[in-house]
Design a protein around this ligand. Structure first.
Ligand SMILES: [Zn+2]
Length: 148
């Protein structure tokens, strides 16, 4: 990897760390010429599947839409930006690993599984939008499941 500061071709890895459930590698590098440091990410390259909308139409996957929904659910919750970024990476990798086509419902379930791990309130918020709870009882059942 070339140095982005002075263009020298000799840079060395000073630290490697697995992130996003081990599916991504973050490396700190140092230039042997100017001693500047920079970070690189090595990530599995698989393209995103097409998303099947409720009306049956196929659509591209848009990361910002995914992020919007997640951020809304996590509003004012005690979760750091780093945790959110990490979670989004994990969700994106799971989406990439799945079938050629994925319904918005399936994506919702992937998001829910990850939200459940980091914040239960956000999980319930997201679930109430995605699953469109039919009534208060269904909502309560979901809360009870969390408390088990
Ligand atoms: Zn350099």
């Amino acid at each position: 990897m070339k140095c982005p500061f002075c263009d020298a071709s000799d840079t060395r890895v000073i630290n490697s760390r697995l992130v996003a459930d081990g599916l991504k590698v973050r490396r700190r590098r140092e230039c042997s010429t100017c001693n500047n440091r920079f970070t690189t990410h090595e990530i599995l390259e698989i393209s995103f599947p097409k998303i099947i909308k409720k009306n049956g139409k196929l659509q591209h996957f848009y990361e910002h839409k995914l992020k919007q929904g997640i951020l809304r659910a996590l509003e004012k919750r005690p979760v750091t930006d780093e945790q959110i970024d990490e979670m989004i990476e994990i969700i994106k990798l799971q989406i990439r690993k799945s079938a050629d086509q994925l319904s918005t419902h399936q994506i919702g379930e992937i998001v829910l599984a990850e939200l459940k791990k980091i914040d239960e309130v956000a999980y319930i918020r997201f679930a109430s939008v995605y699953r469109k709870f039919a009534d208060v009882q269904e909502f309560r059942r979901e809360l009870d499941l969390l408390n088990q």
